[in-house]
Design a protein around this ligand. Structure first.
Ligand SMILES: Nc1nc2c(ncn2[C@@H]2O[C@H](COP(=O)(O)OP(=O)(O)OP(=O)(O)O)[C@@H](O)[C@H]2O)c(=O)[nH]1
Ligand SMILES: [Mg+2]
Length: 410
C-alpha cells in the first residue's frame, strides 16, 4: 500500500424518507383512522479509527461518499426502513477537518465521528391525529442529509520522532532499536515515507514507538525537500531525537534542524541529541564533541556502540514526561448546535427568519398539501414566530423567508 497522509472528498448523509398519508380501511370500519407511518432516517457517514490501517490510501481517489437514504413510510403505521450508515475506516492519528476547521481528532482505535448526518425521516399522518383533528391528511417530508467537504489528515502517532538531515543514519538507528526494516542507503532521501518501529525491551515497563521520517533540509518548513510534508508527523511525537552525523559538521546540522523545527512551531518539543557515526571519529574528536555537545549521546548505528545508552535515555525521558493531552490544547468545534435562537430581519421588504429548527420545519413541510401548510402556520404561531414577525412590522401579504423557503405572511 502507498503511504497517503491526506485525502479530501465530499461526504453526504442519506435523505430521510417521507412520511406517508394513509387511512386504515377495514371491512366493517368505513372511516378508518389515519395510519401513515414515519419515513426512515437517512444513513450517516461515519469516520472511525482503526489500528489495521496505516495509510489513507483507500480514500486517495474518492470524490463523493454518500450514505443510503431512508425508505418512505407506509400505511398501517409502518415506518420506513433506516438508511444504512457508511463507516470509513482510517488509521489511528487521523484528523478530520471541514471548511470550518477541526471536526475531530481520532487518536485512539475505535474512536469515531459523524462526518455527515443522515436526514431525519418525516412523520406520517398517523402521528398528527389529535382529539380535535381526527383525520389529518398531511405528512412531513424527509430532511436532506448533511453534505460537506472533509479533509482527512494523518499524523503518525509516535513517542519518539527521529529528526536529522538526509543520510544522518536515522533509518539505521531504527533498525538497531526495533524490528522495523526501513530502507537504508548511502545517498540522501533514502527514506521516502515515515516508518514506525516499536522498541520493546524486556527491561522497559512500556514499549515505545519510534518514527523515522525523511531527512529534513534547510527550508523544509517552507516546503523544500521531502521532510516538509512529514514534519507534521513528528509534531505529534512526545519527544524528539535529533540525530546528527558526527563526522559531518554536527554543529551546522544541529543549527539547521533547530531552525526548521522553530519555523514549524515545534521548538517547544522536548529533545535529546545523539551524535551518530561515532565509529568514524578518533578519541580526540570525540573529546571535542563531548565539550561542544554536553549531554549528547555518542553512538554508532553501525557498530551498536552507545545505542543501548540512547535507548535508555529515551525511555527515561518518556517516563518523566507528563502526558499532556495534545488534543485538549486545540480548540474543538462544537458539532452542530441544535438551537440557534431565532432572529427576524427585514431584508429589502422580505422578512428573513433565521433559526435552524424552523428551517428544518419548513423543509419538512409538504407544500403541495393545504393541510401540511396549515400545520406549518400553526407551528409558527405556537413558537411565537408570528408575533415576532408582527413586531418586526410584517403585514399580511409580505414575503417571509425561512432558510430556502419563501411564503406569504398571513
Ligand atoms: N560508519 C557509519 N555509517 C553509518 C552509521 N549509521 C548509518 N551509516 C550509513 O549512513 C548511510 C545513511 O544511513 P541511513 O540510515 O539510510 O540514513 P537516514 O538518516 O535514514 O537517511 P535518509 O533516509 O536519506 O534521510 C548508510 O550508508 C548507512 O550505512 C554509523 O553509525 N556509522
Ligand atoms: Mg532513512
Amino acid at each position: 500500500m502507498q503511504f497517503i497522509d491526506e485525502a479530501r472528498f465530499v461526504v453526504r448523509g442519506g435523505r430521510g424518507g417521507d412520511g406517508s398519508v394513509s387511512f386504515n380501511r377495514e371491512k366493517y370500519k368505513p372511516r378508518g383512522g389515519p395510519d401513515g407511518g414515519r419515513g426512515g432516517d437517512g444513513g450517516s457517514v461515519i469516520v472511525r479509527a482503526t489500528e489495521d490501517l496505516s495509510t489513507l490510501e483507500p480514500y486517495a481517489y474518492r470524490k463523493v461518499i454518500a450514505a443510503e437514504r431512508g425508505r418512505h413510510g407506509s400505511g398501517n403505521n409502518r415506518a420506513g426502513e433506516r438508511g444504512s450508515d457508511i463507516t470509513l475506516d482510517v488509521p489511528v492519528g487521523t484528523r478530520v477537518y471541514d471548511e470550518d476547521g477541526l471536526l475531530d481528532d481520532l487518536f485512539e482505535a475505535g474512536q469515531s465521528c459523524i462526518a455527515a448526518r443522515g436526514g431525519e425521516g418525516g412523520r406520517g399522518n398517523g402521528s398528527f391525529a389529535t382529539s380535535t383533528r381526527q383525520a389529518p391528511a398531511f405528512r412531513e417530508k424527509g430532511l436532506p442529509g448533511e453534505e460537506r467537504e472533509i479533509r482527512l489528515e494523518l499524523r503518525v502517532l509516535s513517542d519518539v520522532g527521529l529528526v536529522g538531515l538526509p543520510n544522518a543514519g536515522k533509518s539505521s538507528l531504527l533498525t538497531r532499536m526495533s524490528a522495523a526494516r526501513p530502507r537504508i542507503g548511502d545517498y540522501p532521501f533514502t527514506t521516502l515515507t515515515p516508518q514506525l518501529g516499536v522498541v520493546d525491551e524486556k527491561t522497559y515497563p512500556t514499549p515505545f514507538v519510534v518514527a523515522d521520517i525523511p531527512g529534513l533540509i534547510s527550508g523544509a518548513s517552507e516546503g523544500r525537500g521531502l521532510g516538509n510534508r512529514f514534519l507534521r508527523h513528528v509534531a505529534r511525537a512526545r519527544l524528539l531525537a535529533l540525530i546528527l552525523d558526527a563526522s559531518e559538521d554536527p554543529e551546522g546540522a544541529e543549527g539547521t534542524l533547530l531552525a526548521e523545527l522553530h519555523a514549524a512551531g515545534l521548538s517547544g518539543k522536548p529533545k535529546v541529541v545523539a551524535l551518530n557515526k561515532i565509529d568514524l571519529l578518533d578519541e580526540e574528536l570525540r573529546d571535542y564533541l563531548r565539550e561542544t555537545f554536553p549531554g549528547a549521546i555518542q553512538m554508532s548505528a553501525e557498530t551498536g556502540e552507545g545505542v543501548e545508552e540512547l535507548r535508555d535515555l529515551l525511555e527515561a525521558r518518556l517516563a518523566a514526561l507528563v502526558e499532556e493531552d495534545e488534543v485538549g490544547e486545540e480548540e474543538h468545534r462544537v458539532f452542530r448546535p441544535t438551537w440557534h435562537g431565532m432572529r427576524v430581519e427585514n431584508e429589502d421588504g422580505v422578512y428573513a427568519v433565521s433559526s435552524e429548527e424552523l428551517e428544518r420545519l419548513a423543509l419538512k413541510t409538504d407544500w403541495q398539501s393545504p393541510e401540511g401548510v396549515e400545520n406549518f402556520q400553526r407551528q409558527l404561531e405556537k413558537r411565537g414566530v408570528v408575533a415576532a414577525l408582527r413586531r418586526a412590522g410584517a403585514e399580511t401579504g409580505d414575503e417571509v423567508r425561512i432558510g430556502e423557503t419563501v411564503f406569504d405572511f398571513r
